[in-house]
Design a protein around this ligand. Sequence first.
Ligand code: BTN
Length: 234
Amino acid sequence: MERILHFEELDSTNTYLKTHCAQLPDKTVVTAKRQTAGRGRYDRKWISQPGGLYFSVLLKPQKTDFLPNLTQLMALCVCRAAENCGVKAVLKWPNDVLADGKKLCGILSEAVMSGGQIAGVALGVGVNVEQTDLRHVGQPAVSLRGLGVRTERGAFLQQILDLFWRDYPALLQRGFEAVRGPYKQRFVYIGRQISVQNGNKTLFGTVQDVSPRGTLILSTAKGPEEIYIGDLIV
Ligand code: BTN
């Protein structure tokens, strides 16, 4: 279904797709064994040593209404692939996958603009697979190997992609609603007190729900707030 380009080393698989977007077909997947300038959300570095799974998917959908929900679908697919390996993985809104309370996967989606239009989206995924030392991450992190799972990176990638392509058409049609049920089953923070950080703004409250649009509904001292973007501090 998809065309996969494999590289030993790239600066960043997202950057590769953004640079070559015009020449590459919809659904191209690019992987790298290591990245020299891997990027995370909020301009953070994503240090990408060998042993991790680093890939990006190029998407050129006709309808762009539900682009913010693509990362949530991808997070759900990584979670399910980990579950298939016997790992109890959970989701941290909007798109982190955790296991044993530690980060297993991060996702970065970037729009590719051309002439003021969205020409495509680079959906980049970093999964900790075989690394044994993740002290550089700057937050508690874990790999599948650290959880006692031995899986081949190529097979794990294919599982994620198969799950993604299965639900992608429904997401494009119906938005987050298409995956809200399974997403919420794995989102363990409902009812918990947390804070959400967006830039230098922090909101405190109790998580009420993930809305049909995929936004976070937080019950705060000032009433319910709908949150579109941010980092959950738990
Ligand atoms: C995050 O949690 O901050 C998101 C991390 C996303 C990392 C992946 S690795 C593959 C792709 N290429 C990048 O440069 N970043 C993403």
